[in-house]
Write a protein that binds this ligand. Structure first.
Ligand SMILES: C[S@@+](CC[C@H](N)C(=O)[O-])C[C@H]1O[C@@H](n2cnc3c(N)ncnc32)[C@H](O)[C@@H]1O
Length: 270
């Protein structure tokens, strides 16, 4: 059967929807955090905080896992939170909607209600470019957790993270482009952009721009230790033998691999 041609064009797309399709797997992530928390603490995970929540798709997935699950998403950007309410939270049952709270604020300031697990994903904490600012955020994340609660951050690195390059990935009906546009080895400041390309030749350049610092795992672990987190540990993503790409399976390790590009979770307990 001939394949239906994608009608997507830069003139008629929603960048948040494209972002979600390109880089997020909310059902898998929500289940993973619930399972990990249960395994680690022996208790079910019922309160989740999503820092830098953007469209809050993860919080929306989390409350659907169990009728006693509550989620709070925190983001600075009101238009993005409005999008989250309109497209993700409003799709939940009215009863589940009541269990999602979207808060406009700085993740380094918002402290209540306390959560059992707080996640900061897609490297968003990299907006904090100094030890002082990242440390202030970690301190707030610590205070915003119940005793025994977990703080989870993802991290990326390997030689490739310091190259200037564009990496393309085909998604349904369009191409996602991850652009490492600038990197300064002296400050570790990195400028990344997301572009989208469409079958009709149109492009949405600079849909998202990230002015970040590329933190290393030892820097993050030292700062988390200074904050007071306990049992700080790393889950390293395995590699698919055939493709050489990450396989989505994260295991607790003491030593990382020398991969050109790697992804890991860093976890600390309050
Ligand atoms: C890379 S997106 C992350 C979206 C989503 N969490 C994910 O995992 O893909 C970064 C988000 O962080 C928000 N943000 C940046 N600095 C922030 C801060 N200090 N406090 C709260 N949100 C912030 C931005 O508005 C943006 O929505």
């Amino acid at each position: 059967m001939p394949q239906k041609k994608s009608k997507l064009t830069a003139r008629r797309v929603d960048k948040h929807a494209l972002y979600e399709m390109s880089v997020q797997a909310p059902e898998d992530d929500a289940r993973f955090f619930a399972r990990y928390y249960k395994k680690y603490t022996g208790e079910p995970l019922r309160s989740f905080r999503e820092d830098f929540c953007g469209t809050a798709i993860l919080s929306s997935a989390f409350v659907q896992l169990h009728r006693d699950n509550h989620a709070m998403g925190v983001d600075l950007d009101q238009p993005t939170l409005d999008w989250a309410a309109r497209h993700n939270v409003s799709r939940l049952s009215p009863e589940a909607q009541d269990r999602v709270q979207l808060v406009r604020g700085d993740v380094a300031d918002v402290r209540k209600p306390v959560a059992e697990l707080t996640a900061a994903l897609n490297f968003s904490y990299s907006v904090f470019k100094t030890r002082r600012d990242l440390g202030r955020y970690f301190d707030n994340a610590y205070q915003g957790l119940k005793p025994g609660g977990l703080f989870v951050l993802d991290a990326w690195g390997g030689g490739q993270s310091q190259f200037l390059m564009e990496e393309r990935k085909k998604v349904e009906g369009f191409t996602y482009v991850w652009d490492q546009a600038d990197f300064d080895p002296i400050t570790a400041e990195i400028l990344c952009k997301i572009h989208f390309e469409f079958p009709d030749g149109t492009r949405l350049r600079n849909a998202f721009t990230y002015d970040w610092r590329l933190w290393t795992l030892p820097e993050m672990i030292e700062l988390m230790t200074d904050t007071g987190f306990r049992d700080i540990h790393v889950l390293w993503e395995g590699t698919d033998r055939k493709s050489g790409e990450g396989n989505g399976v994260f295991r607790r390790v003491r030593r990382g691999g020398d991969e050109e590009a790697w992804i890991a979770y860093v976890i600390g307990q309050r």
